[in-house]
Design a binder for this molecule. Sequence first.
Ligand SMILES: C[S@@+](CC[C@H](N)C(=O)[O-])C[C@H]1O[C@@H](n2cnc3c(N)ncnc32)[C@H](O)[C@@H]1O
Length: 237
Amino acid sequence: MKVVIREDIDKYMDELKSWLLETRNVPLEEMDSFFSARIDGYEEHMQVWKDAYEEFAGLVPKECGHILDLGCGTGLELDRLWERLPDIKVTGVDLCQSMLDKLVEKHPDRCFEAVCMDYFAYDFGVEKWDAVISFESLHHFLPEQKKILYRRIFKSLKENTKFIIGDYIACCDEEEELLRRTYFEKKRSFNGPPDEFVHFDIPLTLAHEIKLLKEAGFASVEAAGSIEGATMIIAKK
Ligand SMILES: C[S@@+](CC[C@H](N)C(=O)[O-])C[C@H]1O[C@@H](n2cnc3c(N)ncnc32)[C@H](O)[C@@H]1O
């Protein structure tokens, strides 16, 4: 896997700007409602990351006993992981009950604990997990929110284990700033409570993501590769 966030940054940024213009009057949706409303076509839509799920699952060390998946959704990464490691125990935290229901329906016999809640409010415990993973979920949050979350993830991992992220990473500072500015503009006209989670992508650049992870205490943080805009990052405790 090569680490190439986007192949053609100029073309990508032109397309992103056109899309933001076209969708400028589209209101924000609350996170849980967004995913619940799209549950039927969700897995087909995510097939763009078919190969990324395979690679991501391959990054989980085979000696892991119990891992935590943040924003597990319907478990597309777990479909691949359980093929490789059928006995691994997973706790999956997700806001959206309908996504979790689909996961449990697909995998009735796996060792899986579904936790329907906000992962910012979840009690991670201390030195508890053999790995923490998250695929395509964390790019919905601001750096100040991630900073606290990453620190808690760091504390919750056993010594010499890994936090493995597969996520949308901004290809340049301009993308990060443009999306964050658009997010705040849209938030101003959002009807819900100010601190309610909304579905809008606000990815950080790789440099900013790595900085946050190092500040949280991780001893080494490295990008392992990118597939179709999903970049894998391994943060070692
Ligand atoms: C794009 S989906 C990815 C799901 C799954 N990891 C996959 O790749 O198919 C993002 C998921 O993150 C969940 N999510 C977003 N914010 C969350 C939060 N604060 N706490 C728990 N789950 C959250 C959403 O409900 C959704 O299921």
